[in-house]
Write a protein that binds this ligand. Sequence first.
Ligand SMILES: Nc1ncnc2c1ncn2[C@@H]1O[C@H](COP(=O)(O)OP(=O)(O)OP(=O)(O)O)[C@@H](O)[C@H]1O
Ligand SMILES: [Mg+2]
Length: 569
Amino acid sequence: MGKNTIIGIDLGTSTTEAAVIRNGKPEMILNFSGQVITPSAVGIDADRQIVFGEKAKAQYLLAPKDTVIEVKRKIGTKEMIYMGGKAYTPTEISAMLLSHVREFVSEYLKEEITRAVISVPAYFDDLQRQETVEAGKQAGFMVERIINEPTAAALSYGIGHMEEESHILVYDLGGGTFDVTLLEMFGGVLEVKASSGDNKLGGKDFDECLIRWMVRQFRSKEGIDLEKDMAAMVKLKEQAELCKRELSAQDSYRVMIPFIAKKDGEPVALDETVTVSLFEELTRELVERTHAPIDVVLADSGVLPAEIDRILLVGGSTRMPMISRDLENYLKKEPSRAVNPDYAVAEGASIQAGIIEGSISGEDSLVMTDVNPYTLGIRTLSDFSMNYMSVIIPRNVTIPTVRKDSFCTSADYQPEAKIEVYQGESDDVRKNHFLGEFIISEIPLKPAGEEKVEVEFAYDLNGMLEVRAQIVSTGEEASVAINMMEHLPGSGDEEKVDVEKWKEAPHAKQFRTVIRRAERRLKNEELQDMPLYKEDLEDALYELKCALIEEDLERAEDLEEEILDMLEY
Ligand SMILES: Nc1ncnc2c1ncn2[C@@H]1O[C@H](COP(=O)(O)OP(=O)(O)OP(=O)(O)O)[C@@H](O)[C@H]1O
Ligand SMILES: [Mg+2]
């Protein structure tokens, strides 16, 4: 094995796996306990030592305050996580998990490993991806590539089936997230057609349905509310997950927790038998929630259910029999078990790593394309808004891609234009995520609409977005390169403007009455029947508050007039 090996890591909500290419094929890496699967858990034990994996998961029951699980759900948020009385960011906790991975892979491969490809749910937004890269860096890895989990899963299937021409639907229901992706494979090219998902849906939610049910049962039988008792809830959680797993293999399971609470000084037990049909009834709504993302993916890719050649099941939660049954019902096709649901993502990440390091030879390697999961565009003026999102690259377009559009000047004798780049689905850029900006100047001085600026977005597979603007009449150019992976948070861009700060703005007093009137009108119930009017009024009010904060008196006065007109109505 050569030096500078790149490994593939599937950093999951509940479990983490790592793989490496050996003799041209993925091989799963064993952790210090000789296991492929490492629970994504970290804790501080009784001796104040950091523990990981099974050990950490096991102590969760006894010391929930010293143990962290399921941190992936929080990555990209500002929420602090407490462990052993200290506060950590989700990124720091993820970095701890990854440094543990780095230790056991280095031990297993007898080489100091510093390079990795890490997978993330396709539906992770830019910030969540950047935080994953950051966690990798903090753990001592150079993160060579972030790969979407379903793409990785398809890669692990595709590498052995290159001659096939097919539409592959990857259905990944893990611990915390649900991803669905449609890929097309032909002539050694694996192309992601569309992907969608729900990053708040996973095995954990199935556990919670069971927990809630048990809490209700216990309340009605014993009159005791277990929800208030953290120790009881931790026991319930453990039992609920166990019960759920058992129900994947048998028809019923008896949950028995002897000392869950006390009544009149005597211990009370929880004893409930859960049948598969009860479990399926309790969680039906969760299974149904997987349908909408499937529909989105089919619609966006223009593929009919009958054209799907293979459904790959990925993620531990697809072991629940109702999942295959539901898919077979919904898509009229039986899912395939061609990949190992626990290994496929890590294997695929290692294949990507092998392609980068060259250990997978050219003829064996699949060419991969991907899609951009979010719409990309720039801020422009429209007849109705100063913050209109003009789309340049729509969501789910295959990347690499280059797209352009041209825009006319909007003011007379406008010497320059500011190009502000955003990511997101709203047609109001303020509700989207700001990525970067630049100014194109030396526009010939002409009346509004007579000069044209062409804006081009080039998005490559490494997550680089190059935005270029060119004045059509003179050829003058300006551009910005946005590294979607290194666009680190904390620079302040992500802070949402708190519009209620308008009250502190210098011109607040002058506009107080109109704002109050508009706010009162918005509370009026009759507005329920006039959604468009309501939305316009809300928008205008929001813009007015922003204008005040930005101290743009002229715009504020225009907006005041607009609002007064609307209030006449
Ligand atoms: N036999 C089984 N039956 C039902 N659920 C199972 C079974 N085995 C594992 N699970 C569930 O699968 C989930 C973990 O799946 P997996 O390890 O694929 O998730 P992950 O990769 O950590 O999460 P994600 O992909 O959402 O980040 C857990 O919720 C676990 O309870
Ligand atoms: Mg997973």
